[in-house]
Design a binder for this molecule. Structure first.
Ligand code: 3PG
Ligand code: MG
Length: 340
């Protein structure tokens, strides 16, 4: 893999794809994804990159300019976060902005999600290097994910490399039993990955939207256990929480993506809190992932460093990597024939 740390960036104009799709919880941004993008930017600054343009997306505005999905408030957070680093000591927000610009939401243009060569060429104009550090979106066939690497020399950013290094361990002989906990929304993306993931794991226990949107009879899998929901369907039932706990305490490897209930509603957080506590108490190789899962666990006040081996910034991407052993971005990087 072509990585940033092995690349000469001096005097280069660098285009950086970050994962700035920050989850909102109780009306405030959870900045974890943004914070994970900082080491790449600091590296570029310290190693003399001439200028940087950060590109990213927020939400799903479907090709329209939607104010609530603007990148502006997130750009502000990014500048403040950079100023905390000693590399920028004595500098002002204006100084940082003169070196690093944050572009508006890529998805305000429908060509980002449709995948478009012309859009890729517009985005790369004037740049020498592309640094991809948006693990959370690396499973999408979008312009900034799979087309830009074909036209601009591309390397992986620091967070992306870290994610792949850790997740790779799950593909090679993980310790058994391997318990996979699946929940959250975007059931349409996740349901098709259940069968391939089941080949790698001992059991999949499912909550969140999965029990609502999946019919076991249409999709039987002997390793899949769909959790029972409580009466209003917003969270797991108490019986399901206890059933899930019995699997979790026996596990040697755990991967968890997606809250167990409609986490946005404070009345529907018990299942997620219960499962988070069970996972946090075990001593295994434990990976949790996804913007919402991470935000939910943060809101619960769990010490992530102590409780989990790794907290991945991408949920869907983590699932796809586990299911297929590769990602659209990685494939595109392989095919990128560009010389440096
Ligand atoms: C995420 O939130 O998982 C990533 O930002 C990807 O977003 P998407 O599911 O809208 O492509
Ligand atoms: Mg998300």
């Amino acid at each position: 893999m072509k990585t940033l740390r092995l690349t000469n960036v001096k005097d280069k104009k660098v285009l950086v794809r970050l994962d700035l799709d920050l989850p909102m919880i109780d009306g405030a941004y959870d900045a974890t994804r943004l914070v994970h993008g900082i080491p790449t930017l600091i590296y570029l600054f310290k190693n003399g990159a001439k200028s940087v343009r950060v590109i990213g997306h927020v939400g799903r505005p479907k090709g329209k300019v939607v104010r609530k999905f603007s990148m502006k408030p997130i750009a502000k957070l990014l500048y403040l976060e950079l100023l905390k680093d000693k590399a920028f000591k004595g500098k002002t927000e204006k100084d940082v902005a003169a070196w690093l610009e944050v572009a508006e939401n890529l998805r305000f243009d429908a060509r980002e999600e449709s995948g478009n060569v012309k859009y890729a060429k517009e985005l790369i104009k004037g740049f020498d290097l592309y640094v991809f550090d948006a693990f959370g979106v690396s499973h999408r066939n979008h312009t900034s994910v799979i087309f830009i690497p074909e036209y601009l020399p591309t390397v992986t950013g620091i967070q992306f490399y870290k994610e792949i290094t850790i997740l790779k361990k799950l593909l090679k002989k993980p310790k058994l039993p391997f318990v996979f906990i699946l929940g959250g929304g975007k059931a349409e993306t996740k349901i098709p990955l259940i069968d391939p993931i089941s080949e790698r794991v001992s059991v999949i226990i499912a909550g969140g939207k999965i029990p609502l949107e999946m019919n076991y009879e249409d999709h039987p899998n002997r390793k899949l256990i769909i959790g029972e929901l409580r009466e209003d369907k917003k969270d797991l039932s108490d019986a399901a929480m206890e059933q899930f706990e019995r699997f979790i305490v026996q596990a040697e490897t755990i991967v968890w993506n997606g809250p167990m209930g409609m986490y946005e509603d404070p009345e529907a957080r018990k299942g997620t809190a219960y499962i988070a506590d069970c996972v946090a108490r075990t001593r295994d190789f434990k990976i949790i992932g996804g913007g919402d899962t991470e935000a939910a666990v943060t809101a619960l006040g769990i010490d992530q460093e102590k409780a989990f081996t790794h907290v991945s910034t991408g949920g869907g991407a983590m699932l796809e990597y586990l299911a297929k052993g590769t990602l659209p971005f990685l494939e595109s990087l392989k095919h990128s024939q560009m010389e440096f």
